[in-house]
Write a protein that binds this ligand. Structure first.
Ligand code: ADP
Ligand code: MG
Ligand code: MG
Length: 541
């Protein structure tokens, strides 16, 4: 990550460091609390289907500017509608992905399914979109959206609301004088002197996910753990700054709404899963929520291989599994990376489901609409106009994009290539992949690009690096040091959205909660399942 001594530090939720004995005690309790409330995962290093490790988490919530959080919440239904419109624009998807599918086999396979389904006509016109728009704060925001506290969390901790008011006044004064003020002495990382004139930020979209948007359970569960910790530490009053998070209910209700539209009482909801689900709690809590809230709706879990082996279409193209169980809704928690399709059989299963009457989350057009290439195309104002009529909405959505650049083999793409070679430290290079760990960052970009032919580059997009502000706190992971040390961290907020409809109508469209993941400031990526990030939740400042 591009973090330096000028990176602003967000004021912490409580004063740190904690006293050593208190820290050891509360950490031990919080670990048990996490396991016992399903904030857990299967271990990748010592896997057993019979046991769980707690998922890494940040001990107390990380600060997030309220104004930016609220902006993201309000914008989500507009983003939902945008993605719904994009998914239904055949011409746009086809032209946008034309170069990419020449060289990216995985996207080409998805596109082939799309092409075949288009030729046949859609058996099911309704799609279920369960999206997650991921964003980071940009601390070098040119628009200077007012932010934030420049005082380091360590030693300078946030006070109650009255104190907050006072601190705001101080900030104003600093800002006027435009001085470099040193506030608080972090015990972690470099000691930072923070310029208040640079301490503004606005959020920028990292990406939008249209398939397997996880953490509907772990998002709210993170809030539960951190609320427990804050209460244990005697800071119950802080809980009111942690926004409500009903992601699990919001997403599951989305599946149930789709099930209702399908309108067959005996039909079931199918979860498509990996061979081994490490992120098992997140998935199972979706299932348990549905079973407990709507006991008449059954949930099945199957891998793509199992669907290949047992799935078939009925007379009206209904998807039938294990004999004659009819599937109303398919929720893909797998199928987003090449490894999920070890043989042609899994691709055949995907195609079978796509041609069936079941309502898919996502349908193939939604999956393609979530590719990085489509996101890059959307970031151009002229393109956005095609999908959003309202000028105010256009403006609001236009602002969330950071620079995104095509690497296609044409004049524009070649100029972007030159730019990446000249100033790689400004960028991240992304392929059409999901699930983390696929990007190339900063100074690694030139070597990666040199290894590609001109045509191969069109499988990638280039994006401006975002420079999030830091927060400081304790990250608790299985097997890590006791007591934990204070570390520098950066966060990524995900906002969930549910949208249901067909090419002509949107039937349901709502924002559905959030999740926050936090990683060490030195790490490029912070997937919790991938092992680098930690569960977190926002503390609004
Ligand atoms: P994936 O679909 O694999 O999750 P992302 O686009 O979300 O791909 O990239 C993975 C991770 O890389 C993000 O979670 C974030 O930590 C980091 N990242 C991606 N884009 C940027 C960016 N523009 N600036 C800084 N970090 C980024
Ligand atoms: Mg993604
Ligand atoms: Mg991501």
């Amino acid at each position: 990550m591009s973090v330096d001594e000028n990176t602003p530090v967000l004021r912490g939720c409580i004063k740190l460091p904690l006293n050593k004995e208190e820290l050891i005690e509360v950490t031990a309790k919080a670990k048990d609390y996490a396991i016992m409330h399903g904030a857990a995962m299967r271990s990748k290093t010592s896997f057993s289907p019979d046991s769980l490790n707690f998922a890494p988490f940040v001990l107390v919530p990380s600060s997030f500017p309220r104004k930016e959080f609220e902006k993201a919440i309000v914008l989500q239904p507009i983003i939902n509608r945008l993605m719904h419109n994009v998914a239904h624009d055949e011409e746009f998807i086809t032209t946008t992905l034309a170069e990419t599918i020449k060289v990216d086999e995985f996207t080409a396979n998805l596109f082939n399914i799309y092409r075949k389904v288009l030729a046949l006509g859609f058996t099911q016109r309704i799609s279920l979109g369960m999206l997650r728009s991921d964003l980071m704060l940009e601390s070098r925001c040119p628009e200077l959206s007012p932010l934030l506290d420049t005082s380091a969390s360590v030693g300078a901790g946030a006070g109650d609301d009255a104190e907050d008011g006072q601190e705001h006044e101080e900030r104003k004064a600093d800002s006027k004088a435009n001085t470099k003020a040193e506030k608080g002495k972090p015990t972690a990382g470099i000691q930072r002197s923070v310029s208040s004139s640079s301490a503004y930020c606005c959020w920028k979209q990292v990406e939008i996910n249209t398939i397997a948007s996880g953490f509907g359970h772990l998002g709210p569960a993170s809030k539960t753990i951190q609320s427990f910790v804050l209460r244990e530490l005697g800071h119950a009053e802080k809980l009111q700054r942690m926004p409500k998070n009903e992601a699990l209910a919001g997403l599951c209700d989305g599946m149930v709404k789709a099930w209702n539209i399908y309108a067959k009482p005996e039909s079931v909801i199918l979860f498509i899963i990996e061979d081994i689900s490490y992120n098992i709690c997140d998935q199972r809590f979706h299932e348990f929520y549905i079973r407990e809230t709507y006991p008449h709706i059954k949930v099945l879990r199957r891998t793509l291989t199992e669907v290949h082996n047992e799935g078939k279409l009925g007379q009206s193209k209904e998807l039938l599994l294990s004999g004659n169980t009819e599937v109303a809704v398919i929720y893909f928690r797998a199928g987003y990376e090449p490894g999920h399709y070890p043989t042609q059989g899994e691709w055949d299963a995907r195609y079978l489901m796509e041609t069936s009457l079941a309502i898919k989350c996502p349908s193939i057009q939604y999956h393609l609409a979530g590719t990085k290439k489509v996101q890059q195309a959307l970031a151009q104002p002229a393109v956005l106009e095609r999908f959003i009529n309202d000028p105010e909405e256009m403006k609001a959505v236009g602002k969330i994009f950071t620079g995104l650049y095509s690497m296609d083999d044409n004049e524009v793409g070649n100029a972007n290539y030159e730019m990446a070679m000249r100033t790689p430290e400004k960028f991240v290079l992304k392929p059409q992949r999901e699930g983390g760990g696929n990007n190339v960052y900063g100074l690694d970009i030139p070597d990666a690009l040199k290894r590609m032919s001109r045509v191969e580059r069109s499988a990638w997009i280039l994006m401006d690096l975002i420079h999030p502000p830091l927060s400081q706190g304790y990250m608790i992971r299985p097997g890590s040091d006791v007591p934990p040390q204070i570390v520098d961290m950066v966060s990524e907020l995900g906002i969930f959205g549910v949208v249901i409809g067909d090419a002509d109508h949107i039937i349901h469209n709502y924002q559905a909660g959030h999740m926050l993941r936090t990683k060490l400031s030195t790490a490029n990526e912070g997937g919790v399942a991938a092992g680098l990030g930690a569960l977190d939740s926002p503390y609004l400042i």
